[in-house]
Write a protein that binds this ligand. Structure first.
Ligand code: ZN
Length: 63
């Protein structure tokens, strides 16, 4: 098995486009949404201090 120790960082930071500000991330997000990528969201990154656009976490199916 291949276990990646930095799986969380790799998923949420490395390999993603880094935006300096939330505004830039949101602008990019809007462009992607227009293309049909609806299930995305912009979030502040704990690892690099920038902002990334990524897939939304699975919607909680409560109730
Ligand atoms: Zn990051």
């Amino acid at each position: 098995m291949t276990k990646r120790p930095t799986a969380t960082k790799a998923r949420s930071c490395t390999g993603k486009i880094r935006h300096e500000t939330r505004a830039k991330a949101l602008a990019h997000l809007r462009r992607l949404i227009k293309r049909g990528y609806v299930r995305l969201s912009a979030y502040e990154c704990k690892h690099c201090g920038g902002h990334h656009v990524g897939h939304r976490p699975k919607p909680r199916t409560r109730r």
